[in-house]
Design a protein around this ligand. Structure first.
Ligand code: HEM
Length: 151
């Protein structure tokens, strides 16, 4: 069971980070060359689906499976709050970044993203927040790798 939950955690993490990398490296360079009205529509349609699977389904699933992993690894919330050891400290940082990721994803998907056709300000903000969340995701992967090495 522990391995299965960890596999789900890694699968969802792959989708979350992989989806953002795909958007930035593969989809965006093409969509940006399309006429303005088509590109805005394409971003909104793709964004809506990615938002459902990534933000609405994926992030809560990462949190729940992450909690389960914590239990599997024998770490409690008081260990986290007490910065008990290097492992708990790294996990503490990882969870802070995760909270920031959730806030940015919600602002991106439910506020600036749906308004990106209204003004350049919203469009640029959506792009900046999207890239910022990719960078945060890469840091989270780094912390996950550190945990694997013991913290
Ligand atoms: C965007 C969010 C997240 C991503 C991308 C992510 C990614 C990963 C990955 C790739 C691993 C596998 C590392 C390994 O081989 O062990 C992992 C492990 C783990 N994750 Fe997450 N995670 C996220 C959120 C969370 C959250 C919110 C928690 C806690 C509530 C959490 C707790 C853990 C724990 C305890 C492990 C086991 C680490 C170990 O091997 O000791 N993760 N995570």
């Amino acid at each position: 069971m522990d391995s299965l939950i960890m596999a789900v955690h890694i699968l969802v993490a792959s989708f979350w980070i992989g989806g953002m990398l795909f958007m930035v490296l593969a989809l965006s360079p093409y969509v940006r060359k399309l006429p303005e009205d088509v590109s805005v529509k394409a971003y909104q349609e793709v964004g809506k689906r990615y938002s459902f699977w990534g933000t609405v389904v994926g992030l809560p699933l990462l949190f729940l499976t992450g909690l389960y992993n914590m239990n599997t690894m024998g770490v409690s919330f008081s260990d986290l709050l007490g910065w008990k050891n290097q492992y708990a400290t790294t996990l503490h940082h990882k969870i802070h970044l995760f909270i920031l990721t959730v806030i940015l994803a919600v602002v991106h998907d439910f506020y600036v993203g749906p308004r990106s056709h209204l003004s350049k300000k919203f469009k640029v903000s959506a792009r900046i927040i999207g890239v910022l969340n990719l960078v945060l995701g890469i840091f989270i992967i780094y912390f996950a790798a550190k945990l694997r090495m013991g913290g």
